[in-house]
Design a protein around this ligand. Structure first.
Ligand SMILES: Cc1cc2nc3c(=O)[nH]c(=O)nc-3n(C[C@H](O)[C@H](O)[C@H](O)COP(=O)(O)OP(=O)(O)OC[C@H]3O[C@@H](n4cnc5c(N)ncnc54)[C@H](O)[C@@H]3O)c2cc1C
Length: 503
């Protein structure tokens, strides 16, 4: 029970009141042979009893005010679990990770002394931003008998806006930061799907990438400077557009995933808000035709999203807007085909040229996509409620290898579910575009009660990415679950580690 008397904690991402339409429900019901009226799980887990550790409290009180130290069981559980499907499935099966012994909320003046003290007392730390890690990034790895506490970054909220740069605290969520910038007519241009919850510190430490990266770049292109607190000191880059003074603090912080220090502040580039946005959607005969057409573009619009045939079908199935449904049906009947591949194209300020071989299908689909872009993950909660397991994996790949990797990944998924004797469906879209390749994102749904099944599928998929020239991941980071694939790179990152961090 937590301090307020609550006995359960909900592990779902955001709202669990998302509704899906009848067509989609029927499709899923039939595919997985389930009864839609049966709700298997509401996302709640029991909060384990956890008392106050008096000795730990005494140590913490030397560095931080009592109101910013929490032994509340709910708080401790929340700071020990992220949003990966492995963690959520484990939670459904009542398997909880190691729970941190306390949560602290330091401010800028307290953090260095806190780190020094924790190091001296041999207390380990995990760092918590928005808690949206999908790679087990919040799970304490320390297996000894010692204590681990979570440092929450939500009090790091300094903001200073200069010409073209914002110096901002790592604890801002995407929405909080963007709302402040927008009042000044500015934007950072960083819009991950987790925008409402994920933080500046989390973005830097996982090497996140937003949905408008074609125009604004990935996080490493947006950040100029970083301030980092470690147990051996406070380190800071100059707040300048560029500098050449050895390995920068930014270099160490980028992708450090809470191992090398706590990111306190970052200098980020800010841009004028776009004056106009242009919306388009196109169909291609097949996903492969779409890939061919996009590859030839060479210059990419702000947002480009090419869905494969399965994802396209699924997107239209889940549309209640009859006008949009008609667009797809009309396309199919006019072409006399039963499949198509949807391209959403949005560009800031100027119109964008039509992709070769794309059949124009209006603005509406792109507008609807944009209006619902942060709500879509709530669909996952509906699936969890019905006993299903949704998951996503993504990789970066060259244009030469994209089709081979796509085909092999789909084959690997289908072979994996066949071998495990479970039902599943997989779909995909290309999400981020570069002159030399792209990021491809796979969404799959399976029905299983075994976390091992999910782990096997994920491993098979990532091995397929790597053997077909892809990366382990394009923007989710390594966390706990991908570290094993990282080989020498993981050793290199660990050599920069500050050993008070529990990773
Ligand atoms: C529904 C959903 C959609 C998502 N969409 C995207 C997307 O579009 N693009 C994308 O790239 N990712 C996406 N993600 C993944 C996730 O949002 C990112 O990895 C994000 O960067 C994590 O930020 P966070 O603040 O939630 O960090 P957390 O989950 O709290 O932490 C993640 C890691 O960063 C470390 N960390 C956090 N803050 C700090 C800090 N200040 N200093 C040092 N270390 C720190 C933690 O210790 C941990 O290792 C999505 C996740 C979900 C659940």
């Amino acid at each position: 029970m937590d301090e307020t008397g609550k006995k359960t904690f909900n592990v779902f991402f955001g709202s669990s009141n998302y509704n899906i339409n009848e067509n989609t429900a029927k499709f899923i019901e039939k595919l997985f042979d389930i009864n839609w009226n049966n709700i298997i799980w509401d996302g709640n887990v029991n909060i384990p009893y956890a008392g106050v550790d008096g000795e730990l409290q005494k140590i913490l009180l030397n560095c931080i005010n009592i109101e910013n130290i929490s032994f509340d069981p709910m708080d401790r559980l929340k700071h020990s679990i992220g949003k990966s499907s492995i963690e959520i499935l484990d939670s459904r099966l009542s398997v909880l990770p190691k729970i941190v012994d306390a949560v602290v909320y330091p401010d800028y003046n307290e953090v260095y002394n806190l780190l020094k003290t924790l190091k001296k007392e041999n207390i380990h730390i995990t760092v918590y931003g928005g808690g949206t890690s999908v790679t087990g990034g919040l799970i304490s790895k320390y297996s000894g008998n010692g204590r681990t506490i979570s440092i929450d970054t939500s009090r790091f909220k300094k903001i200073e806006l200069n010409d073209g740069m914002a110096i901002c605290g790592s604890g801002f969520t995407g929405r909080e930061l963007e709302e402040i910038l927008n009042t000044k007519g500015k934007t950072m241009g960083n819009f991950p799907e987790s925008f409402n919850y994920s933080t500046v510190g989390g973005w830097i430490s996982t090497m996140e990438s937003g949905q408008e990266s074609n125009q604004y770049g990935d996080i490493e292109n947006m950040v100029c400077s970083v301030e980092l607190a470690r147990s051996d000191g406070l380190f800071s880059d100059p707040y300048l557009p560029r500098f050449s003074s050895g390995i920068s603090v930014k270099d160490v912080a980028m992708g450090s995933e809470g191992k090398c220090g706590i990111i306190l502040n970052a200098g980020i580039k800010v841009h004028d808000l776009p004056e106009k946005r242009h919306y388009y959607s196109y169909f291609f005969k097949s996903f492969k035709d779409g890939v061919k057409s996009i590859r030839e573009m060479r210059k990419f619009p702000t947002i480009l999203r090419l869905s494969d045939e399965t994802e396209t079908e699924f997107l239209f199935l889940s549309q209640d807007n009859s006008m949009v449904k008609n667009i797809f049906d009309k396309y199919l009947s006019l072409r006399n085909v039963n499949k198509g591949s949807l391209l959403i194209l949005i560009n800031n300020n100027n119109g964008f040229k039509k992709p070769v071989n794309g059949i124009y299908s209006g603005k509406t689909i792109a507008k609807i996509w944009e209006n619902t872009r942060y709500e879509r993950p709530y669909f996952g909660n509906v699936l969890w409620k019905h006993g299903l397991v949704p998951d996503t994996l993504e990789t970066s790949v060259s244009w030469e290898n994209i089709i081979k990797l796509y085909d092999e990944a789909i084959l690997t998924f289908n072979n994996s579910i066949k071998n495990l004797n479970i039902t599943g469906i997989i779909m995909s879209h290309i999400s981020h575009f570069y002159i030399n390749g792209c990021a491809i994102y796979f969404t799959f749904i399976i029905k299983t009660d075994k976390t091992d099944d999910l782990i096997k599928i994920r491993k098979n998929m990532v091995n397929t990415f790597i053997s077909n020239g892809g990366s382990i991941t394009h923007h989710h980071g390594l966390g706990k679950y991908f570290e094993e694939f990282a080989g020498n790179n993981a050793m290199f990152i660990n050599s920069l580690r500050d050993d008070v961090f529990d990773k």
